[in-house]
Structures are given as structure tokens and as C-alpha cells.
Design a protein around this ligand. Structure first.
Ligand code: FES
Length: 69
């Protein structure tokens, strides 16, 4: 059984739920128990986490596996 689930949100973040660690580019860990929303649009001021900026940025995504945006 997986320790976490990643759900791609339509035109938004990737919601990760479970028990996991996010490491930044320097390897600094963020231990998460519960949910985290990771930015996919590149506009967040709190990367790697989503801050809702994707709405103002007009981000459009491919929400299904195999879709191309
Ligand atoms: S996906 Fe939400 S700010 Fe980038």
C-alpha cells in the first residue's frame, strides 16, 4: 500500500496526501503528515508549495493521464 497519494488538480496544484517528505533543491526536508499542495504553474511565491497564484496566472493543465495541454 502506498504511503501517499498524488492527485492532480484541474488547472492547479498537485495535492499530495499521506505521510511523506518534500526536499527542496538543497535537500532541506519538509516532513508532511496530511496534505500538501505543490505548485505546478511556476507562479507561487512559496515554492514548492501552491499559494493560489495559479488562478491569477490563468494556469491551464492537462488534468488526466495522457492529456496534453
Ligand atoms: S499551482 Fe498553485 S500557485 Fe502554482
Amino acid at each position: 500500500m502506498a504511503d501517499c497519494t498524488i492527485r492532480i488538480k484541474k488547472n492547479g496544484s498537485a495535492m499530495v496526501s499521506g505521510s511523506f517528505v518534500v526536499e527542496d533543491v538543497d535537500g532541506n526536508p519538509y516532513t508532511i503528515e496530511g496534505e500538501a499542495f505543490l505548485c505546478r504553474c511556476g507562479a507561487s511565491q512559496t515554492k514548492p508549495f501552491c499559494d493560489g497564484s495559479h488562478k491569477a496566472a490563468g494556469f491551464e493543465s492537462a488534468p488526466h493521464v495522457g492529456d496534453t495541454a
